[in-house]
Each structure stands twice: as C-alpha cells, then as structure tokens.
Design a protein around this ligand. Structure first.
Ligand code: NYM
Ligand code: MG
Length: 211
C-alpha cells in the first residue's frame, strides 16, 4: 500500500466564486502538467453528465425548484458518485485537477442561511485534496465577465455571502489563495508555482475530508 501511495496522483482542487477564472486556470494547469510529462485529468463538479447532474443543471438553470436541503444533498451525491473513478485514477498515478468540490457545496448552501455544520455532514469521508487553490477576484470585475448572471446564484450580493463562507472554510495547512487578477499567463505562473512542489512530493496515503 505504501508503494502505491508513494506514486499516487495528487488531488488539486480549485475553489472560488463564479467567474473567478477557475475553469480557465484548470485547463491551463492540465496542459502544463501534461507538457511536463505527468498524467493529469480534469474533473468538474457539478458533473452535469450524470442523471443527478442533470437534476442539478435544471435547478441551476431555474427550470425547476428544489428544497435547499434536497439540492444540497444532490450536489454532495454528485461528488460521491465520482469517488470511485477519482480514487482509481489517483492510485493509478494520475493527477486530478478538479474545478469545485465540497467547499463550494458548503459555501453556496450556507450563503443561503443554512447551518454550516449541517452542510458539512454529507461530504465527510470524501477524498481530501492535497491542495486547494482558492481563486479570488474583485466582485465588480467578476460580474463584468462574460455570461455572469445566467444561472441561479450569479448575483453580486449573493456572491459576497459565498465569499464570506469560503473565507471561513480556508485551512492554511492545505489552501493557497491565488489572486485571479492579471493576465491568464501571469495567474497560471502563480498557480503552477503552488502546484509544482505538490505534484513532486510524497503526500502519503489518500486522506479523507474532515475526519
Ligand atoms: N455549486 C457548485 C453549489 O451550489 N454546490 C456545489 O456543491 C457545487 C459543486 O453550482 N454557481 C454551485 C456553484 C455555481 C454552480 O458551478 C455551478 P459552475 O462551476 O459555475 O459550473
Ligand atoms: Mg458558474
């Protein structure tokens, strides 16, 4: 088991408010890791391709309503249904770059006024990231970016609440804040400087969230 974990892939998660540049930076990072000879895969939550993901998509598109508890649990279930694939890839030596994870689950639900500890429960036991890149961007700039406002939650006042919860969730032992302002290339260099030592170090066996 120890030899397996020594060569395992690393779990790198990007978090942040809507339009903070996560998806762009995830794509740049994947490209860079592959260029440097690593096996790397991009994953995204919510994964809208599953049947649970389709329910989430309909909720985000305002086609349907759900009780806050229900949509919260669907977002979590959508992560759990991806866990076997993620574990297999990591243990097979593939690095995973993940666009949003359990922290978004908590931040967006708690921003509605739901109890934070309640929100944390369903994600207990998910694989713990080796590094969380928390991308920040001035809210005025974020809301000016293309497509902002198209989905549920994409309101400036709501994003401010989400940001507050993300700040509470930050854990300096494995989180790194990256400022999303600047050119895509400049931000990418900052991201890569954080990720590079993580992919080349032995992070030990996979750990579980919040245990
Ligand atoms: N979101 C995302 C949640 O509310 N809970 C979650 O668990 C996750 C993973 O979905 N506004 C919200 C945040 C976004 C929205 O994500 C869709 P994206 O990355 O914009 O496709
Ligand atoms: Mg979005």
């Amino acid at each position: 088991y120890s030899t397996m974990s020594a060569n395992r892939g690393k779990l790198i998660v990007f978090e942040g408010c809507d339009r903070s540049g996560k998806s762009t930076q995830c794509a740049k990072l994947i490209e860079r890791l592959r260029k440097e000879g690593h096996k790397a895969e991009l994953l995204k939550f919510p994964d809208r391709t599953t049947s649970i993901g389709l329910m989430i998509n309909n909720y985000l598109a305002n086609n349907v309503d759900q009780r806050d508890e229900v949509i919260h649990l669907l977002f979590s279930a959508n992560r759990w249904e991806g866990m076997q694939k993620m574990t297999n890839l990591l243990l097979g030596g593939t690095h995973l770059v993940v666009d949003r994870y359990a922290y978004s689950g908590i931040a967006y639900s708690a921003a509605k006024g739901m109890d934070l500890q309640w929100c944390r429960q369903p994600d207990i036991g998910l694989t713990k990231p080796d590094k969380v890149i928390y991308m920040t961007l001035n809210r005025d700039k974020a809301s000016e970016r293309a497509d902002f406002g198209g989905e549920r939650y994409e309101k400036k006042e709501f994003q401010a609440k989400v940001e507050k919860i993300f700040e509470q969730l930050q854990d300096p032992t494995y989180w790194q804040v990256v400022n999303g302002e600047g050119t895509i290339e400049d931000v990418h260099e900052n991201v890569f400087n954080v990720v590079s030592p993580v992919v080349s170090s032995d992070c030990g066996p996979l750990k579980k969230l919040w245990t």
